[in-house]
Design a protein around this ligand. Structure first.
Ligand code: SF4
Length: 230
């Protein structure tokens, strides 16, 4: 029986999703382009589905829908086919699926001593996980930050893109509101293209130096410009 059939049967018989099946958008090996692991090789496990409000600028909108229901065993097999002990679990919004399969995948990866990083928007509740690095990129949509305050204690790194004074003011307001220490903040120059990112590099560098924040490039944009690299 396929993973999809198992999922459907479970839903029909118990009304609950199967605990070891996750909706996967894609799995691939690449270099992490941004944030605290920038430049490091990793296997990316992108989960399908996101949560409202959706970001109008989203660069992974293809993950909002579609995808394939995939069993933990098959995901692990694909991850293991790459000789890399680092896994980035991203989305979409991965924590939408915590109780419907992701928790099982996390336990399996952690028990095999993979280094795990989560990328999340913080729009849904993030579980507490001592054996993973949680990188949260809060979204400012329609004039307000979309971030669940309950997540404050479980986020290891807050990652923002910024492109000038307005952006810096919004980030300052978020950091001050939640009393976040500079060691937990990482800022990346805004830019959907290589040139835009380069233009924003100097102001972001200056801003990070003033505040004592970590700065990160977005290597995938520098390498592939507006194209979709891997
Ligand atoms: S939270 Fe992430 S995946 Fe979801 S819409 Fe926003 S940028 Fe896209």
């Amino acid at each position: 029986m396929s993973d999809k059939d198992t999922w459907n049967r479970n839903m029909k018989t118990t009304g609950k999703p199967s605990a070891n099946i996750v909706l996967i958008s894609e799995i691939f090996f690449s270099l992490q382009g941004e944030g605290p692991w920038a430049g490091l090789p990793a296997v990316f496990v992108r989960l399908g589905g996101c949560v409202e409000p959706l970001c109008p600028w989203c660069d992974t909108a293809y993950a909002w829908s579609g995808g394939e229901r995939t069993g933990t065993a098959r995901i692990l097999e694909t991850v293991r086919s790459h000789s890399c002990r680092r896994v980035v679990i991203t989305g979409g919004e991965p924590f939408l699926q915590w109780d419907s399969g992701l928790k099982g995948l996390h336990r399996a990866l952690a028990s095999q001593e993979y280094e795990i990083q989560y990328e999340t928007s913080g729009k849904v509740i993030i579980p507490s996980m001592p054996d993973a690095l949680v990188v949260c990129s809060p979204k400012h949509i329609g004039g307000a930050w979309c971030f669940k305050e309950d997540n404050l204690g479980v986020v290891d790194v807050f990652k923002f893109v910024a492109g000038g004074t307005d952006w810096f003011e919004r980030i300052d307001e978020f950091i001050a509101r939640y009393g976040i220490g500079p060691e937990k903040v990482c800022i990346m120059p805004l830019g959907a293209t290589r040139n835009e990112q380069i233009r924003n590099t100097e102001p972001v560098f200056t801003y990070c130096r003033q505040r004592g924040y970590r700065m990160s490039p977005r290597l995938q944009i520098l390498a592939f410009d507006a194209g979709r690299g891997i």
